[in-house]
Design a protein around this ligand. Sequence first.
Ligand code: SF4
Ligand code: SF4
Length: 479
Amino acid sequence: MAYLQTATVEIDHESFRDHLTILDEQGRRKWIYPRFQDGPWYRRRAVLAYVLLAALVAAPLIRIHGQPLFLFNILERTFIVWGIPFFPQDFFLFAFAMITFMVFVIFFTSVWGRWWCGWACPQTVFMEFVFRKLEYAIEGSAQQQRRLDAQPWNSYKIWRKTVKHVLFLLISVFISSIFLSYIIGSDAVMQAWSHPADSAPLLLALVAFSLVFYGVFAWLREQVCIGVCPYGRLQGVLLDRNSRAVMYDFKRGEPRGKAGTTTGDCVDCHLCVAVCPTGIDIRNGTQLECINCTACMDGCDSIMAKLGRAPGLIRHATLEQIETGRPFRITPRMVAYGILWTAMIGLLAFLLVVRPEVKTSLLRARGQLYQQLEDGTISNLYNLRLINKTFRNQMVELEVVAPREARLQVIGAPLRLEPGQTTEGALLVFLPAGSIRHNHTPLHIAVRANGKIVDQVRTSFMAPMPPTSTLTLPRQTSP
Ligand code: SF4
Ligand code: SF4
């Protein structure tokens, strides 16, 4: 095997700096044939991967009160997260949630490194636990795949390649359907497949996304992690010497060489390179290409076990730990990110809790301060807007909490709101002249939906200043 034969080959350990591992000297792509490596880390990853795959497929099918668990309908600007609907009026909340998530990603990466990429990213999970597994099953081991690709086209090769790519295409269609279920809902996707003639644009989108996924998993593969994914490109600024990552213990491993001839534990077997899905040599240090998949840890541990040496020559560690031998330390940077993220999560939770089911906005009508009726009663006119932020019908009632003498009248706005409906109208508030003590009277209105108070609105009621000796008011309309 190549990974055993290389023990005696002279290697330029600095040449990796001059080129990308996925390109040859002419700049052409080098196809990576990662060797399958079983081990404790792989088995843990596999369990997590299948749980994540099951959740990813099931989530768009789960309904809460008839609505999906998750929906990111950009076209209709409707988002559902954990069954909670968000409408365009909640965009600030959604944007804040996204920023909070970004801060979490930065915080998480600064402490635990690129754990997400190797263990939970859909790209890796599908690639390693669906497509790669199929490839091993159809074309054989990494070595057999290399031989198959090198050999001329014959019936055996055509048959294997055809079966593989047809299956890849079918799985891509399935992934595309799942992906679009998160955007337009699973019912719409099923409708498109069952009645293609009535859903031509949607069917076109399904086909386009299927081809994109096929291209990603059949051809692009590790290129997505290395050159396309923005998170991957940010590793240089997110990681520092105190971030945990998959690390080669060069203090223990070097000088490397054939077992028994050197003092280092690395026997230069190249198994860690052979199993790497991005084709890098982790012994060169943390690299942009490393997705922390831990395959090299399993590979190296298996070699150490054969040699009767302790595992962990490649392990989760920080550069600081490897260099100094000191235990993992929480740095001020990690603490700062942690505090910031906790504060943002707290604020987000608060905003979600106080978010009303029916959002009410009351704005004074332009050009109208107040009107005076024949009997001296003063009225104020407001523009009223009601937004039903739920998926239930809402029967809305407005009632004055203070001042108690005030009464109100809704004009032109239906108070029965459909799910997600926005309605606009006017609100007239009346206050008897005898109740007016100031030209600005605080006005407090409670909003009930289906009998329950869901929002409170506070504004002011404008009136002319009453004379000190009498409450007779001057007749006045808007200035
Ligand atoms: S680090 Fe481990 S797997 Fe890699 S070459 Fe050295 S001994 Fe082999
Ligand atoms: S270096 Fe190791 S952890 Fe990083 S991508 Fe390669 S095999 Fe995975």
